[in-house]
Design a protein around this ligand. Structure first.
Ligand code: SF4
Ligand code: SF4
Length: 389
């Protein structure tokens, strides 16, 4: 039998496409009626423990940790209201600090309809990460791993506050690239630009290209309340519509960075994103998101906007089981250690906060906006133009 080509491996499954079309057509009506729909996307922070001390992040300063146990996670994902989940992003903190990350993936795979799992890592625990990813791939899961790299060794270690962090991240990246997978497996490099590494874009771009990885640059944005809660540092960015960067770059600098990101992203992705595969869809989403980022920062113009679907088709689980409204609104609609997902999702508090979401002036934080782009008619128009061009 001929092995599956990379192109086939990266195809979105037919059932996901059909399901996505159904949700896109009915979700806006449910939203209008303030009714819950079975969620398709979940952002699950498995722990806020972290072994880095990044300059632009407050998460590692969080003092209280009461992470969900594996049994509690099993109970959560066995809830019938989560059976339609299609994508889950496992974040932190550093997700691989948990010794049961493979078991968490096993549970998600066996209890839901998840077609794609994405995990972000700082790459410090090289052997553990490579071994865990190998086991996850053996489960037959479509997987995306993104490793953070901020620049050359000196810059990376300085930004990340850990000596030796660069060497470990590189060890992880090289090890992951050697893994074989029967299904879609994507390794990308995240780079967050601040004053400390603004001169390192080309370095990380070349590095990711030379190692056959995707390149995902972003300008650091101001900390959000969910991530500053309990750090004793500050209250985070409370007005989501006042889109703000972490550093005080001027307009000319912002333009230069964003144009460079676009040029590098397109160059990097054009070889990986042929056909209607996952990488191609991600490229479309990134391009559209980038346009909104550019308009907001350079022209102070809120265009395009998207319909926010938090608490409708998507939700986030905090490490202690709280379901927060979003990263800008840390209000909790319920705790999964105390109540089942169905009870929380269909309860009065969720209904009250859905109204808050509907009245929200909007934000442009990547992890909030990108999963919602599918519900924007503008991106569909944009995608059709791209496919036909
Ligand atoms: S950015 Fe990530 S790796 Fe760095 S301290 Fe925050 S959670 Fe940890
Ligand atoms: S638009 Fe949605 S995700 Fe963004 S701040 Fe408002 S409620 Fe939160």
């Amino acid at each position: 039998m001929r092995p599956k080509s990379n192109k086939n491996k990266s195809k979105v499954s037919i059932s996901t496409i059909i399901d996505q079309c159904i949700v896109i057509s009915k979700a806006p009506l449910y939203r209008k009626l303030n009714m819950p729909i079975l969620p398709r996307y979940c952002n699950f922070s498995v722990t806020y423990l972290c072994n880095h001390k990044c300059y632009m992040c407050e998460i590692w300063r969080k003092k209280e940790h009461n992470d969900l146990s594996l049994n509690e996670i099993k109970k959560i994902f066995s809830d019938k209201s989560l059976r339609k989940l299609r994508m889950i992003r496992l974040t932190g903190g550093e997700p691989f600090i948990r010794n049961d990350i493979v078991d968490i993936v096993k549970i998600i795979k066996s209890k839901t309809n998840v077609d794609l799992i994405a995990i972000s890592t700082n790459g410090l625990l090289s052997n553990k990460i490579i071994d865990s990813v190998k086991q996850i791939l053996n489960l037959g899961v479509k997987l995306e791993i993104k490793i953070s790299l901020e620049g050359n060794e000196k810059t990376h270690d300085k930004v990340r506050g850990i000596k030796g962090a660069y060497k470990k991240a590189m060890e992880t990246l090289i090890g992951l690239k050697k893994l074989k997978s029967k299904q879609y497996f994507y390794v990308g490099v995240n780079q967050t630009i601040t004053r400390h590494n603004e001169d390192q874009i080309n370095y990380i771009y070349d590095l990711s290209k030379n190692h056959g990885c995707g390149y995902h640059p972003a300008l650091a944005i101001a900390p959000r309340p969910v991530y500053t809660k309990g750090t004793g540092v500050n209250e985070g960015l409370l007005n989501p519509e006042k889109f703000a960067l972490y550093d005080d770059f001027n307009i000319e600098e912002i333009k230069k960075f964003l144009n460079l990101f676009k040029e590098k992203r397109f160059d990097r992705d054009k070889t990986q994103s042929k056909g209607l595969g996952i990488a191609y869809i991600h490229q479309l989403i990134w391009d559209f998101y980038h346009k909104g980022f550019y308009n907001r920062l350079v022209y102070q113009k809120e265009d395009p906007t998207v319909t926010c679907m938090t608490l409708f088709t998507r939700f986030r689980i905090e490490p202690n089981g709280d379901i927060a409204v979003c990263s800008y609104k840390p209000q909790v609609i319920g705790n999964l250690k105390q109540k089942s997902f169905t009870k929380i999702w269909c309860g009065k508090t969720a209904s009250r906060f859905r109204k808050v979401v509907k009245n929200c002036p909007g934000c442009w934080g990547g992890c909030e906006v990108q999963p919602d782009l599918a519900y924007s008619p503008k991106i569909i128009k944009y995608a059709i133009t791209k496919i036909l061009s």
